[in-house]
Design a protein. Structure first.
Length: 112
């Protein structure tokens, strides 16, 4: 699949906003060379969450569906992967994983 091109309306302030949201969720930047912009968060269980811009090193707008979240098990095997989504949804899903939720998104739990 071809990378998503960078949108001309993305500014450095947009990128800084994304980085701030990501780092506030305890992810740290990593460099996987050709895999695009990526951040990791290692969980106490040994699993690792990888937040990445879908097929692109270029990012900038948290409301665009350009983000993906992947979970690797402590043994390095693929646990699960989301499709492209907004940064907010990716971080909410990461929060669900961290909290140990397996089947209900955070929004559904709030309405219980």
């Amino acid at each position: 699949m071809r990378p998503i091109p960078e949108a001309p309306d993305v500014t450095e302030a947009d990128r800084q906003r994304c980085r701030a949201l990501i780092e506030a969720a305890s992810f740290y930047a990593v460099d996987y060379e050709r895999d695009g912009a990526c951040w990791e968060r290692v969980l106490p269980s040994g699993d690792c969450l990888v937040l990445a811009v879908w097929k692109s090193a270029l990012f900038g707008k948290p409301e665009r569906e350009e983000w993906t979240l992947v979970r690797y098990t402590g043994r390095g095997t693929l646990g699960d992967e989301t499709g492209p989504m907004t940064l907010r949804n990716a971080l909410m899903r990461a929060g669900d994983v961290v909290a140990g939720a397996t089947d209900k998104p955070a929004e559904a739990r709030r309405h219980q």
